[in-house]
Design a protein around this ligand. Sequence first.
Ligand code: 3DU
Length: 233
Amino acid sequence: MSVGGGTFFPTLPLGPFVRLRHRLILAADLTDVDRARAVVQAVGDRVDAIKVNWPLVLVGGLGIVRDLAKDGYVLCDFKIADIPNTNRLIVEEAVRAGASGVICHGFPGEDSVRACVDAAKGGDVFVVTEMSHPGGQEYTAKFAEDFARLAVRAGAAGIIAPATRPDRVKALRSIVGARLILAPGVGAQGGKASDAVGAGADAVIVGRAIYEAKDPAKVAREIADEIRSSPSR
Ligand code: 3DU
């Protein structure tokens, strides 16, 4: 079953995450599947991808990934962080369900990240560096550069870096070169889309600011406009 009966954001085959038209990704962290479908349908043509995390998958199962993937790019944010074999099994299931990309952690080490890259079979793997919430500064910040270097070595498509700290996005950009930087933390966590792209993010990830809004499509359009009119790298 398709969420909207049409293409709601650009359909991409498995493969390099290159078509960032709006530079905006929706984090669909809803625990009401019908509401999630409604929000996706409302904002679908204004975002480049739908990021699916545990809250939605725990209620909707991988079926929701299957449905959304019929219409476009689904990024499974499972924050995969296990031994290589378990990572492989998780990525294989996400890809089988139609995910075009997955997000993993770097702290389990290079072999674990490489297992994700291998299992994605050409799909995109993004490695979390410094997390965007205040607690992200306690531990992840200390190793963010290492995680970014690891992402490059392991052949990941890119990294996840904090829109809440544009200076850190800038520092991590100098490590990852042309690889993609996706930046969560815009809106509810206090980050600003134009600051994140100005610091070098390729796209921002936005959840609550869009899906909790009275008019999600309007907010998505405003964020995309803000990005379009801001100077970026
Ligand atoms: O704060 P928001 O509602 O805009 O949601 C942000 C999303 O991005 C959410 O799914 C969260 O799990 C994810 N994320 C971060 O917020 C921060 C990170 O460092 C990594 C992922």
